[in-house]
Design a protein around this ligand. Structure first.
Ligand SMILES: Cc1cc2nc3c(=O)[nH]c(=O)nc-3n(C[C@H](O)[C@H](O)[C@H](O)COP(=O)(O)O)c2cc1C
Length: 194
């Protein structure tokens, strides 16, 4: 059994939901996993006491949250001293169009460049559109963004694009990496999901 920390930055809750599903996969394999919102990190959950760490972050207006950047910059040595991985949650990952996928990949490139952290594993997941939870201005803006991104502009309902099989297989792959301790298996910084 190993201990695994999942630190996430989530504004509307989808990255939190994905983190909880990943924890369920780890727990199901007999590990001791914990998901913590980056704003709730304490010295006890800063990462040093865990055998492996995953960081999850959602995209808003083309950017990862500032506190996720800060967490990674401040804890890069801790991350790199144990098996580590990163997953990104965005609307663009929900669209198979090549140009839109390139946009999602560019968010990751920018994050890696900005933090100088090269995760052992990287994944991109589709997020959600929660019109029912947005204020008036955000709903208006998201309707316009969604028109190009997914075409889902019916603001009377919510949309979830996360492929849960992809999430579970990423979690299983990461768990296997931690169990074998062989971070080089499958490539140094391999992107396991499209
Ligand atoms: C105000 C706002 C701006 C967003 N900007 C982008 C964006 O630039 N690119 C993108 O792919 N997704 C964008 N999204 C979609 C989010 O990444 C998606 O809703 C995701 O599920 C949010 O994750 P969270 O619930 O964990 O915060 C945006 C969403 C909101 C509400």
């Amino acid at each position: 059994m190993v201990s695994i920390l999942v630190v996430y930055g989530s504004r509307e809750g989808q990255t939190a939901k994905i983190s909880e599903r990943i924890v369920e996969v780890f727990d199901g394999r007999g590990h001791d996993a914990t998901a913590v919102a980056v704003e709730d990190i304490t010295p006890e959950t800063s990462g040093e006491t865990f055998d492996a760490i995953l960081v999850g972050s959602s995209i808003h207006l083309g950017k990862h949250a500032k506190d996720i950047y800060e967490f990674v910059r401040e804890n890069r040595d801790v991350l790199e001293a144990r098996p580590n991985g990163f997953f990104q949650v965005s609307l663009s990952s929900a669209n198979p169009n090549e140009e839109v996928q390139a946009e999602a990949a560019a968010y990751i490139d920018e994050f890696v460049e900005g933090t100088e952290w090269h995760p052992d594993r990287i994944a991109k997941f589709g997020g959600a559109l929660r019109y029912s939870e947005y204020g008036f201005l955000t709903r208006f803006m998201m309707k316009r963004i969604a028109k190009d991104a997914t075409g889902d502009t019916d603001t009377s309902r919510d949309y979830e694009y996360t492929d849960w099989d992809e999430v579970e297989s990423f979690a299983a792959d990461f768990a296997a990496l931690v169990e074998t301790g062989d971070v080089s298996a499958g490539g140094e910084s391999e992107e396991t999901q499209a």
